[in-house]
Design a protein around this ligand. Sequence first.
Ligand code: AKB
Length: 319
Amino acid sequence: MERILIIGANGQIGSELVTALADKHGADNVIASDIGADNVYGAKRYTRVDVLDKDAVARLVADENITQVYQLAALLSATGEKAPLKAWTLNMDGLLNILEIARERGEAGKPLKVFWPSSIAAFGPNTPSDAPQYAIMDPTSIYGISKLAGERLCEYYHAKYGVDVRSIRYPGIISFKSPPGGGTTDYAIAIFHAALRGEVYECFLGPETTLPMIYMPDAIRATVELMEAPAEQVGIRSSYNVAGVSFNPRELAAAIAAKLPSFRIDYKPDSRQQIADSWPKSLDDARATADWGWKAAIGVDAMVTDMLANVDVGLGKAA
Ligand code: AKB
C-alpha cells in the first residue's frame, strides 16, 4: 500500500494530482500539504507544512509512514524574477530537504520514492529549438537555473545514495482548476479567462512565440505513468523530456476564435517575452516513449473545447 505526501498541493499540479492519486490509492492514503491554512481543492487529508522546515517534513513522513513524496512547492519563472533569492531558496532547499529525507529513510530501510518537477525552463538560448533529451542547457531565468541544478541533484542522489527519484521536464501546463500562477506559459490559461469574460485579451508574449505546452490530464497521466514504471525502466534520473503540443499565441487565439467568434487578442510583450525567447519551441521525448511508453493524447482542438467548457471565470482576474 502506498502512503503519499504531496507538498505544494495548493498549486497548479498539486490541485489535480491530489484527486488523481486519491482515486488510485484511496483518499485516506494521500496527504495534501502546503503553507496555507487549508487545502482549497477539497483534499480529504490536509496538513500545513513548509518544505523549508526539514524536521517538520521528516516528522510528517515518519508519523504517516509515507512511501512517496511529490515535492511540487516552487516559485515559477515570472514570479521568480521578482524575487530571485526567494526562488532559489525555495526551489533548491525544498528539493534538497526531500532528497535528504529520502536518503535518511533509505539508510534506515524505509525507502521513499520521490517525484520532483523540472521544466522546459532548464533549457536556454543555445538549446536547439526542438530540444533533445541531452542538449546544451544554459537557462537564463533563476527558475530555470534552479531546475537545471535540481536535475543534477536528483541524478546525484540516485547515483550516490540509490534514492528512487523521478522527474519530468514539464512543458507549460494548461488547466482550469487553479488560477494562472506566475509562469511565463500562463498566458495560455489567462487567455481563456479573458475570452469567457468577453474581454479583449492583452497577451504578454508576441504572436509568434511558439512554446511546448501540455494539457493537464496528459501531464497528470505522464506523472503517474513515470512513478508507476518499474525502476529498471527509468533510465534517466535527472529529468525526462515529455512533449504535449506546441503552439504560439496567434494559433491559440485562432483556435479559440473558431469556437468563440467574438474573441479578440492584442499583443503587448513584457519582460516575460525574454524568458519565453530563451526556451525551446518543442521537445523530443523519444526517451520517455522508449523507457516507459509515454505518448501524449490530447491535441489543441480538444484542449480548447475542454477549457472553454470548464474555465471558471470567477477564479480571479487572470494574469
Ligand atoms: C513557467 O512558465 O514558469 C512554468 C514552466 C514552463 O515551468 N509554467
